[in-house]
Design a protein around this ligand. Structure first.
Ligand code: UD1
Ligand code: CA
Length: 448
């Protein structure tokens, strides 16, 4: 089956009351539109067209090369929206999957069922329906006495009897490609709203004695689109539950899943323990046998095996293996920690490379620096990396000992095995194997 996809994302999302296009709101750290795009590509869609309108430029920027864009200038209904993709797709597939950019909870398995049923039956249209006591304003599925689908009627156009129908249209379909492009231009504006309803294609297909098939969802959760901030929060909660269930199945311990906030694309190795109130965001990767939290926030970082990060914030940092951080430390962008590094409390590391077994025990700021293996940074030592105009580098050799409260006024170099005295203000290079003290620090003697 040659599959193409049309994702509708032109609507304003009025009820979000936001300048951000609705499909760009994140759910579990990922903009909603990516869920639709990823689902389409997982299904083997060769070409995916995104119909954009409100906030088109912002959506384009976020999605980039993952889709072809067509603009729907005026939102004249779902039928009109799909029609905008005709030039891009007519004659280029057997089947077109149509779905919305604001249904992040729709499962890949559901789409597989839909596409499978469509291929097996050779239907002209196959759609996803759901049985629910709550109508949510959805279209009602009309069936004849034999259970065959006759059409879809929108809630606002429905008769009181039709309103009693509990089978609803989810808005996700597979269409026979050529048939759809042939029939879309024949839609006429609806009676009440004057919109071109994609759903009217179902009635047309029935009239032409074409086959219309359906797959039915068990629960409503998958079908609920995100139209309000409350639905966004609900989608977030459900998605988080799914992510956490998957991780536990994969062999990761979540001490309290209710307070483990883990984004959709985060990877975690087996036997890692996630303590309560831990936030793992973006493209974070965590190795095996780690312990993270309680109260840690890790964003877009790589953490190796056997690391422990207690009550700390880690952003865009790389940690090798067997590293301890925290409590209450902050690893900022560009921090690279080689194996066996120890970071204690109230330390901040930015844009710096720390060699193996470096110790930064207490109250330190290390910025724009290179610290050689096994060096010890005493309590309160600080790299004064900013001179008011530019950032300067500090280079510390191997096996150095930076005394408590040392100010390293960059640019400056501390040689291998050198030591600085407590409270020294170092504004000149300190050669290897020497001891420097004072304000400004001066070398007083050779050490060996
Ligand atoms: C539509 C279906 C309804 C179904 C419901 C499920 C029609 C006529 N009705 O309802 O049977 O139960 O979805 O959610 O199709 N959009 C555009 N351009 C437009 C109009 C809509 O891109 O001109 C997009 C919206 O951004 C949204 C999606 O299409 O993502 C659905 O639009 P919405 O107005 O929510 O659906 P309804 O027409 O109310
Ligand atoms: Ca909707």
């Amino acid at each position: 089956m040659k599959l193409a996809t049309v994702i509708l994302a032109a609507g304003l999302g009025t009820r979000m009351k936001s300048d951000l296009p609705k499909v760009l709101f994140p759910v579990a750290g990922k903009a909603m539109v990516h869920y639709a795009l990823d689902a389409a590509s997982a299904l083997g869609s060769r070409e995916t067209v995104l119909v954009v309108g409100h906030g088109a430029d912002q959506v384009r920027e976020e999605v980039g090369k993952k889709a072809v864009f067509v603009l729907q200038g005026e939102q004249l209904g779902t039928g009109h929206a799909v029609l905008q993709a005709r030039e891009a797709l007519q004659g280029r597939a057997d089947t077109v999957l149509v779905m919305y950019g604001d249904m992040p909870l729709l499962r890949a398995e559901t789409l597989q069922r839909l596409a499978g049923q469509h291929a097996r039956t050779g239907a002209t249209i196959t759609m996803v329906t759901v049985r629910s006591d709550e109508s949510m304003g959805f279209g009602r599925i009309l069936r004849d006495a034999n259970g065959r689908i006759q059409g879809i009627v929108e809630e606002r156009e429905a008769t009181p009897e039709q309103l009693e129908i509990h089978e609803l249209n989810c808005g996700v379909y597979c269409f026979h490609n050529d048939w759809m492009w042939e029939h879309l231009p024949r839609l006429t504006p609806s009676a009440k709203k004057g919109e071109y309803y994609l759903t009217d294609l179902v009635g047309m297909a029935v009239q032409e004695a074409c086959t219309v098939e359906s797959v039915t969802l068990n629960g409503i959760a998958e079908a609920v689109g995100v139209n309000t901030r409350a639905q966004l929060a609900e989608a977030e909660r459900i998605m988080r539950g799914r992510i956490n269930d998957r991780l536990m199945e994969e062999g990761i311990t979540l001490v309290d899943p209710a307070t483990a906030y883990i984004d959709a694309d985060v990877l975690i190795g087996v036997d890692t323990i996630i303590e309560p109130n831990t936030h793992l965001k973006g493209r974070t990767r965590i190795g095996a046998d780690c312990r993270v939290g309680p109260n840690s926030i890790i964003r877009d970082s790589e953490i190796g095996d056997r690391c422990e990060i207690v009550a700390s914030v880690v952003e865009l940092a790389v940690l090798e293996t067997d590293i301890h951080v925290g409590p209450f430390s902050h690893l900022r962008p560009g921090a690279y920690l080689a194996r066996n590094v120890h970071i204690g409390n109230y330390a901040e590391i930015k844009n710096s490379h720390l060699g193996e077994q470096v110790h930064v025990g207490h109250f330190s700021y290390i910025g724009d620096s290179e610290v050689g293996a096994r060096s010890n940074i005493g309590a309160g030592a600080i790299t004064c990396n900013y001179d008011g105009e530019k950032k300067n580098r500090t280079i510390i050799g191997e096996d150095a000992f930076i005394g408590s409260d040392t100010m390293l006024v960059a640019p400056v170099r501390i040689g291998d095995r050198a030591r600085t005295g407590a409270g020294s203000v170092v504004n000149k290079d300190v050669p290897a194997d020497t001891l420097a003290v004072g304000l400004p620090a001066r070398v007083i003697r050779r050490l060996r």
